[in-house]
Design a protein around this ligand. Structure first.
Ligand code: CO
Length: 134
């Protein structure tokens, strides 16, 4: 069902500092910060030859990553995102297999404008999984 690794998302308390680490420390190509108020984060994309890393900083009062950063004050791996060809077909297959889908259990527009689903971290070794229609 799943295809390529779309991105690895890391929640950070200080986006500027994280950008410097990747750009100046690792020599990576780092995008300008992109505020996404509808998702409660500001994101930076680290472009790699085979995937990308998203650095996420909370934005606004009800950021979905605020609680995560309270538990992990220095930041940490927030989720992995895998591509799927057809998100509705993926959802049906997941339901048939008893995999827990978070939220309302329906695809919703993700940070890249494509529909996404999130799967329960307790089913995946403690790692939140995002599926994104490619
Ligand atoms: Co993501």
């Amino acid at each position: 069902m799943i295809g390529r690794l779309s991105h690895v998302a890391i929640a950070v308390p200080d986006l500027d500092a994280a950008c410097r680490r990747y750009r100046d420390g690792l020599g990576a190509a780092v995008s300008d910060p992109r505020p996404m108020p509808e998702h409660g984060v500001t994101a930076v994309f680290v472009e790699l030859p085979n995937t990308r890393v998203e650095l996420l900083e909370p934005l606004g009062d009800s950021s979905p990553i605020a609680g995560f950063l309270e538990r992990h004050p220095t930041g940490g791996l927030h989720h992995l995102c895998f591509e799927v060809e057809d998100i509705e077909a993926a959802l049906q297959a997941l339901e048939a297999r008893g995999v827990r889908v978070l939220g309302e259990g329906r695809p919703a527009p993700g940070a890249h404008g494509r529909p996404v689903l999130f799967l329960h971290p307790k089913d995946f070794g403690g790692t939140l999984i995002e599926l994104e229609e490619a």
